[in-house]
Design a binder for this molecule. Structure first.
Ligand code: CMC
Length: 428
């Protein structure tokens, strides 16, 4: 169906002084209602004001559906619970980028493309040596992705040709290699190259933890849980980083620079950086031994602290990703016979918050970041790499949104404003 098929013959009527305008009502495929105001300024001279886009649908999209009241998340119409059962991040990535789950032949071809493009350009390898040793891996990652444009300049923006498939595979696969290289650099160990014979997530774990003197034992449970985490993080419709990708991409910037901007947006503690902040907070609470104090602090309007891993712009109930991660976290830690005291701290904190009027009345529940860090710790991934893990998983989502945006001939993103500054008469 075309976008115009979702525009109904019903209108909202807006009265401005003695002028009345009819604004078309749009109803999406899941029944979401919107009012099309795209001609409002032309017809009335007025713009709408919605700082931080709390109430604005910035685009039409066919990729991901969220029902924040009921806690539903679907990629291309498929519930995440089903995708988690299939258990393949590569198949989910294909689904997001291409719109359908791959058949066996398509999956084989896509996996081959990912393997073929998993190596970093040799000249880029030396860049790692020029970053200061304490550099945050997210800063390294966004810089390196931006630099890819210089090495692979031939992305045909407008025809969405074969080049786009190669660039997508290269991004998804190479960024994983870069992340592991950044980690190896940070601990002063030799870099480990990707292997043809390993699956996507097994390859990543191997590049992170294998060493010439201590071969890494790739446990199937570890590969499984990483697939689950990556699937659950793969897309989340118009979040801050995806909106960044769509905005930057709308200027017809190349794909690599566009994704690099998304990585930068994701690094913030209110967005992807929250998974690292959660573990820092839980550690502080565990050392202090008084979780109530932290709940009280998060409620105090004179204190900027928040309960990290709690609350969401869209979910007003338990984040469906958090429900799955909470359960899988318990199963994985049991299977690994890994006892993490922070899991008890997290459960205690959750219990306190979910029974507190402040959190109940504001509909604040654990989000995707609340339990994911505990799994990453059990996998041996250091805290400063947590947000990098989020970025690796979100790549298919960003690419899918970029592709959709370019393919629909979207205009350049350019909001309006209401100017409230000085005038020539009033210099205040
Ligand atoms: N702890 C304490 N109070 C909170 C929290 C929290 N985690 N989250 C929201 N509130 C309060 C907020 O102070 C406000 O109270 P009041 O109505 O009295 O002013 C009310 O709840 C509504 O919050 P908001 O800031 O207007 O909501 P938002 O939609 O702008 O922000 C959020 C969403 C995720 C940025 C926010 O809930 C937050 O800062 N959470 C902690 C950081 C976090 O976990 N981020 C990860 C988000 S999920 C993954 C991702 O998208 O990257």
């Amino acid at each position: 169906m075309d976008v115009k098929d979702f525009i109904t013959d019903k209108y909202a009527v807006l009265t401005i002084g003695d002028q009345q305008v009819k604004l078309p009502i749009v109803i999406g495929s899941e029944g979401e209602k919107g009012i099309d105001i795209s001609n409002l300024r032309r017809d009335t001279g007025c713009v709408t004001i919605d700082p931080s886009f709390v109430n604005t649908a910035a685009c039409y999209s066919r990729i991901t559906f969220i029902d924040g009241e009921q806690g539903i998340l679907r990629y291309r119409g498929i519930p995440i619970e089903e995708l988690v059962n299939v258990g393949s991040f590569v198949r989910t990535a294909y689904l997001l980028v291409h719109g359908v789950l791959p058949d066996d032949e398509q999956n084989r071809k896509f996996s081959k493309l990912l393997n073929r493009h998993s190596m970093l350009h040799e000249d880029m390898r030396h860049f790692f040596d020029r970053f200061p040793s304490g550099a945050h891996p997210m800063h390294i990652l966004s810089t390196m992705i931006n630099a890819m444009a210089a090495f692979y300049p031939n992305v045909d923006l407008l025809s969405l040709s074969e080049d786009i498939d190669i660039s997508s595979a290269r991004l998804i696969s190479t960024v994983r290699t870069m992340a592991a290289f950044a980690y190896k650099k940070s601990i002063g160990e030799p870099k480990v190259y990707p292997r043809q014979d390993l699956s996507f997530c097994a390859n990543f774990l191997n590049m992170m933890f294998d060493s010439p003197v201590a071969p890494y034992d790739i446990k199937p449970e570890a590969v499984k849980i990483l697939n689950i985490l990556f699937i659950l993080h793969a897309d989340h419709e118009q979040n801050c980083s995806t909106t960044t990708v769509r905005t930057v991409g709308s200027a017809q910037v190349n794909l690599y620079a566009t994704i690099s901007a998304g990585v930068s947006a994701l690094s913030g503690p209110l967005h992807g950086g929250a998974n690292q902040a959660v573990i820092e907070m839980l550690t502080e609470i565990a050392n202090d031994g008084n979780p109530k104090k932290f709940v009280e602090r998060a409620k105090d309007k004179n204190n900027p602290s928040r309960l990290m891993g709690f609350g969401h712009r869209v979910y007003k109930t338990y984040d469906p990703r958090a429900s799955i991660i909470r359960e899988e976290c318990r199963k994985f830690l049991d299977a690994m016979r890994y006892n993490d005291p922070l899991l008890d701290t997290a459960r205690e904190l959750e219990e306190l918050a979910l029974n507190d009027d402040y959190f109940i009345s504001r509909h604040l529940y654990p989000n995707v970041d609340f339990y994911s860090g505990i799994i990453y710790r059990a996998l041996g991934i250091p805290e400063n790499m947590f947000t990098v893990m989020f970025a690796l998983a979100r790549l298919p989502g960003w690419i899918a949104h970029w592709k959709e945006m370019i393919g629909s001939n979207t205009k350049i993103t350019r909001p309006r404003q209401i100017y409230i500054g000085k005038t020539p008469d009033n210099k205040q």
